[in-house]
Design a protein around this ligand. Structure first.
Ligand SMILES: Nc1nc2c(ncn2[C@@H]2O[C@H](COP(=O)(O)O[C@H]3[C@@H](O)[C@H](n4cnc5c(=O)[nH]c(N)nc54)O[C@@H]3COP(=O)(O)O)[C@@H](O)[C@H]2O)c(=O)[nH]1
Length: 878
């Protein structure tokens, strides 16, 4: 098939190159309109800042003009006296002239500054603001304000001067009154004397017509004219008082003239009266009064009339008040001008604002359109690229998914590349699939086929045998002692061992055979063409021999073995499921392990029967627990110095209704495999505590704890519960654990041991010496007791090795301050040697077999009586 041009080109550029081109194209499609949009947005932003930076301040400045006018009005308010002529009193406090002037100057300055700023803003914006008009209005307002202040001052001065004149008038008027009173009093006194003289003359009858006429003439020409003259003057002055009062209340200039004329007439007449009176007074010897009265009348005239008189000052005040009013009115006009000016500015700024806003909006709209175009362009491009990529990506992935599903179902497939397709993604998918397929079918550590591939190969092989004849053998392998190496040297060493084992076994096989790792230390082989059992046997022997040789694990030598189970099928019989053949090989392996390890066994039908039996035993064990078929026996533990009974070990027994007594080593491993050991172990713990609580004479009871049971969450809580519910003191309970408990998760297990120790129970290490790590664990946890395994005691005295080992162990336990107990003591010789070597406690048939609780009660009673070792013959065997 011809590859399209673009495909070939794409292949040359590569996936990264194409992605880069796609990215650049997207950036270009999006970048141009986006850049345009950003440019327009910036322009719109400029207009907005133009608005905020120019138009808005312009409006604010025009408002400042009006504010200035208001300030001016306020300043005038404070500065004006509030004319007495206008208001008839003062309007609040009047500021000192210099204060008012200072305020006026300030306002003038502010006003000029506002106009100057307006002029700048108008220049910036290009707006045709009426700046000249604003300046004219400003000048006019200031001029009027000054005129108003001046007129007000003049009015006040005139008013003050008038007050002075009125005061002078009143003073002269007062003097005149006194003079006239003097004149009148003198005339009255003279009149009284004259009347007295006339009366005396009349009474003396000396009166003559001449004397009487002389007296009358004296009264009429000398006294009376003086009284009349004085009275006329008084009347004139009273009238003047009235006119002065009228004129003070007068706010109109016209009637003021008439009043002044009236006053002038009165004064002229008074002067005439006074001239006449003056002659009479001279005659009467009162010339001084006449002169004083003349002087007073002159003062009155001066005070009221003339350019400096009260009337003239009143007129002046009225004229100034009129000027003030005029200025006020003019200022109102200025304010109106200013307002119309402000309206003009407002109109202008609004128009400017609207045009700028419209411009900014237009640019924003265009920018949005640009950005939208960028977004749409990018989205469309991304969609197109996405669709193309998705097609190119999902198709191989879809096929990859189908292939993985086929793999998961165990369907074999070939030609992965053909299945998935080509292209970048295709090759990635093929690579992923190949890796996945390899991972799904191979063991990652050894690279060998795993159980799934093994079954697949076996199935193929069985089908070929059935079709073409021939035979196939399945070898099921399990390494012996692998766990010990793993636990003692670590998992890394274990892994290295497995790899080496796999290589060695592989070297023993033919090309056509398949070696697989089924998990852990289990391997399996499909041996093709094993026509005779001897072929398989030969292979087993080769494998056993090669695995037997020590392995070098980076400085450590490890010796292990291998147990093998074999199952063979040929021709017709090969029509069997691969799983059955594997199971048969597994059963054969089980038998091989049972019968001593390091060997091989062929599957036989009888083995299946054994397997069935095992399953039946498991079912029985489940029932045994619920039906109370389990019993606890107690085996005595004694001190070696005097063989005092120091305690007992609780050992489980199963009274099967049909099988009879089932030994613990027959069912405990099964219980451990199935997990049944947990409820069984709980039962043992509770029963032993309850029983021993009833034997206060017995020191302590030792209870075996399986690793599976120990690892169960909350084990320490179960121990606490057993103690609490039975009432047994914690110090009387001893838990026997084997070192295998500490092989894995050591820190966690040590924490549980510490928790148990906290409870007050003692911990014994059982079967000491049988494992690799016993000594190491003694350093990690301070055990209360070690129990030397009976395999060492058995050969004591016969094998120098056993004696040496026991001596060493006892020496070490003494050094560490740990009690020692020797298990399996069966004769006095062993006992004597143990005692000699310093072992503190012993346990074995020599002192008593494990026995039921009631028998152990009797045993204790006898021990109390006899105080010696029990006769083995006197107690029942287990
Ligand atoms: N987890 C639990 N394990 C238990 C429990 N009860 C027993 N066991 C373990 O089963 C194994 C076999 O026990 P058993 O058949 O009871 O054998 C014990 C003794 O009968 C036997 N023994 C004692 N003295 C002698 C002797 O002089 N000679 C001789 N040949 N055998 C003797 O030894 C076994 C006690 O061993 P140990 O526990 O190591 O002290 C055994 O491993 C038991 O631990 C249980 O309740 N839970």
């Amino acid at each position: 098939m011809r590859t399209p041009m673009w495909h070939r080109l794409g292949g040359a550029i590569g996936l990264r190159g194409r992605l880069t081109i796609a990215f650049l194209a997207t950036a270009l499609v999006m970048g141009i309109p986006a850049a345009g949009g950003v440019y327009l947005l910036m322009k719109a932003g400029e207009r907005v800042s133009f608005l905020t930076g120019s138009v808005t301040p312009m409006r604010a400045e025009s408002g400042t003009l009006v504010d200035n006018l208001h300030a001016l009005r306020d300043a005038l308010q404070v500065g004006l006296s509030g004319s007495r002529t206008r208001g008839g009193g003062t309007a609040g406090s009047v500021a000192a002239p210099d204060v008012v002037e200072a305020r006026m100057e300030g306002i003038d300055r502010d006003w000029s500054a506002a106009i100057s700023r307006l002029r700048t803003l108008a220049g910036l914006t290009g707006a045709n603001l009426p700046i000249d008009q604003a300046e004219r209005v400003h000048a006019e307002a200031m001029r009027l304000a000054s005129a108003l202040i001046a007129a007000d001052r003049a009015e006040v001065a005139a008013m003050d001067a008038r007050e002075d004149r009125i005061a002078a008038f009143r003073a002269a008027r007062q003097r005149m009154n006194e003079i006239l009173r003097d004149i009148t009093s003198a005339a009255d006194a003279q009149m009284t004397l004259t009347e007295e003289r006339a009366k005396t003359t009349e009474q003396a009858k000396t009166a003559t017509p001449e004397s009487m006429a002389a007296l009358l003439s004296e009264v009429l020409t000398g006294i009376y004219p003086r009284l009349v003259g004085a009275d006329k003057l008084l009347q004139g002055l009273d009238r003047l008082d009235e006119l002065a009062a009228i004129h003070a209340a007068q706010h109109d200039a016209a009637p003021l003239g008439a009043i002044e004329t009236g006053a002038s007439t009165i004064l002229r007449n008074s002067a005439v009266y006074l001239r006449r009176l003056a002659g009479r007074l001279e005659e009467a010897g009162q010339g001084k009064n006449a002169r004083d009265a003349g002087k007073a009348l002159d003062d009155i005239r001066t005070a009221l009339l003339g350019p400096d008189g009260a009337f003239a000052k009143q007129r002046e005040a009225l004229a100034s008040a009129a000027a003030v009013e005029q200025c006020r009115l003019a200022l109102i006009g200025v304010e109106a001008d200013l307002r119309s000016l402000l309206f003009a500015v407002t109109r202008l700024t609004r128009a400017l604002e609207e045009s700028v806003t419209a411009e900014a909006r237009r640019w924003s709209r265009d920018a949005l359109a640009g950005l939208l175009a960028a977004g749409l362009g990018a989205t469309s491009l991304a969609l197109c690229l996405g669709l193309v990529s998705a097609r190119r990506l999902t198709a191989p992935l879809q096929r990859l998914n189908e292939a993985v599903a086929a793999m998961a179902e165990g369907r074999p497939f070939t030609n992965i590349t053909g299945l998935i397709g080509g292209g970048d993604i295709g090759s990635v998918a093929v690579s992923v699939l190949e890796r996945t397929a390899h991972l799904a079918t191979h063991d990652t550590l050894t690279g060998l086929p795993n159980r799934a591939l093994f079954r697949d190969r076996l199935t193929q092989c069985l089908a070929e045998c059935h079709r073409d004849g021939g035979a196939v053998a399945v070898l099921y392998l399990d390494l012996d002692r692998f766990k010990e190496v793993n636990d003692s040297l670590g998992h890394a060493a274990g892994d290295r061992l497995l790899v080496q084992v796999a290589a060695r076994i592989k070297a023993t096989l033919r090309e056509s055979d398949t070696l697989a790792r089924l998990g852990g230390d289990e391997f399996a082989i499909v041996q093709r063409g094993a026509s005779q059992p001897s072929d398989a046997e030969a292979l087993c022997l080769r494998i056993i021999a090669t695995v037997k040789d020590p392995f070098d694990l980076g400085g450590h030598q490890a010796s292990i073995g291998v147990s093998i189970g074999v199952a063979i099928r040929a021709a017709e019989a090969a029509a069997v499921d691969s799983g059955i053949l594997i199971q048969e090989a597994d059963v054969a392996l089980y038998r091989s392990k049972e019968e001593g390890r390091g060997t091989f066994r062929f599957f036989q039908e009888e083995m299946n029967r054994r397997l069935q039996e095992r399953k039946a035993l498991e079912a029985d064990l489940r029932r045994a627990l619920s039906e109370g078929e389990l019993r606890l026996y107690y085996q005595p533990q004694v001190s070696t110095n005097g063989e005092r009974l120091v305690g007992a070990e609780a050992l489980i027994r199963w009274q099967h209704p049909e099988r009879g007594n089932v030994r613990p080593d027959q069912f405990i491993p099964l219980a451990e495999e199935t997990g049944l050991i947990v409820p069984i172990g709980d039962w043992v713990l509770r029963t032993a505590c309850r029983q021993v609580a009833e034997w206060p004479a017995l020191g302590r009871v030792a209870v075996n704890v399986s690793p599976v049971q120990f690892r169960q969450a909350g084990f320490a809580d179960k121990v606490r519960d057993a103690l609490v519910s039975s009432g047994l003191e914690a110090s009387r309970l001893e838990l026997e654990i084997t070192e295998s408990i500490l092989l894995n998760d050591t820190e966690e297990m040590l924490a549980i041991l510490a928790e148990l120790r906290e409870l007050g129970v003692s911990i014994a290490m059982d079967d000491f010496g049988t494992g690799y790590s016993s000594l190491g664990y003694l350093r990690k946890f301070r055990f209360d007791k070690i129990k030397i395994d009976r395999s060492f005691v058995r050969n004591l005295g016969e094998s120098p090795d056993s004696t040496a080992i026991i001596r060493a162990v006892l020496g070490m336990s003494r050094a560490l301050g740990i009690r020692s107990n020797a298990e399996g003591v069966e004769d006095m010789g062993q006992m004597a040697l143990l005692s000699q070597e310093g072992c503190e406690e012993a346990q074995g048939f020599l002192f008593g077999h494990p026995m039921p609780a009631d028998e152990f009660s009797g045993f204790m009673a006898i021990r109390e009586v006899r105080g010696t070792a029990a006769d083995p013959q006197t107690v029942n065997a287990t």
